[in-house]
Ligand binder design. Sequence first.
Ligand code: ATP
Ligand code: MG
Length: 310
Amino acid sequence: MAEIVTVTLNPAVDVATSVEQIVDTRKLRCSAAQRDPGGGGINVARVVQRLGGDCVALYLRGGATGQVLQQLLDTEHVAGRDVEITGETRENFSVQETSTGREYRFVMPGPTIAENDLQRCIDQINALGTPPRYLVMSGSLPPGAPVDSYARIARSTCTPGTRVVLDTSGPALAAALDAGVWLVKPSLNELRALTGQPLASEPEWLAAAEELVRGGHAQIVALTLGERGAVLVTAKRFLRATGLPVQVSSSIGAGDSFVAAMVWALNRDASLDQAFHYGVAAASATLLSAGTALCKPVDVERLYCEVSSR
Ligand SMILES: Nc1ncnc2c1ncn2[C@@H]1O[C@H](COP(=O)(O)OP(=O)(O)OP(=O)(O)O)[C@@H](O)[C@H]1O
Ligand SMILES: [Mg+2]
């Protein structure tokens, strides 16, 4: 069994391109498409792998696009375990408008999964052997998946020693937090949607994160704030890091890189402070790369030295 297992129930092949200006009706002549394996847990596994961590990506795969996804993961030497489904794996599409630097992201719903597909995922994880040290469940749920899919997976695959890490949104986030996780990484918008509150100021962000800890929903809340950086809250600790002033090429995968580097560092017995700094460093390093490309380890190490928290 790998020390870190990521779960991606709704993976994608991410197609990224650029065009000078986006207008309707006319043909838009784009640059050559860049194809990357995608979906939250897949991205986490890609970053853990390139940082040198021991990780397996468990994912659902269907149709011709599913085969492309598998090939792309093989090319990056990401260890994968797939559960084959009847539907076709989705493709997501992002376009950078070069005249403005704006990024347009088109996200497909993904295939509808069958009733027993979730159980097949659980069986695959259990077939890996002893439970992982870290189980990372990240990304949206595909149509047909029960809203409490993540809670069911955690319940059926983890021992008390497994640290469950969650990064998702909407009802799937709420349902997983009802069961409780070890670490959750909402973005500010995800926390706003979860609480139903505007969370307009920093004290309100903190109060909402603390409430998750106090309510037993998560032992650690890593709240990411886009260009404003991130906050880490536990029952005993509070850390605040400002965003690094990097040249943003694309923000796709920043949050996934944050989760990956934190888990990778913690699995190497780094302190919580160090892991948090690695999270900010890897997220910032991913901003440097265009489209759906993720961080380079050399940038992560360089930027790690620039992160500080109070
Ligand atoms: N414009 C930016 N400038 C500097 N750092 C940034 C910027 N955008 C993102 N980051 C870094 O990336 C981290 C994660 O970004 P963010 O909070 O947007 O999460 P996300 O998971 O990518 O968002 P979402 O899931 O809502 O799309 C931040 O904590 C910050 O360190
Ligand atoms: Mg995110």
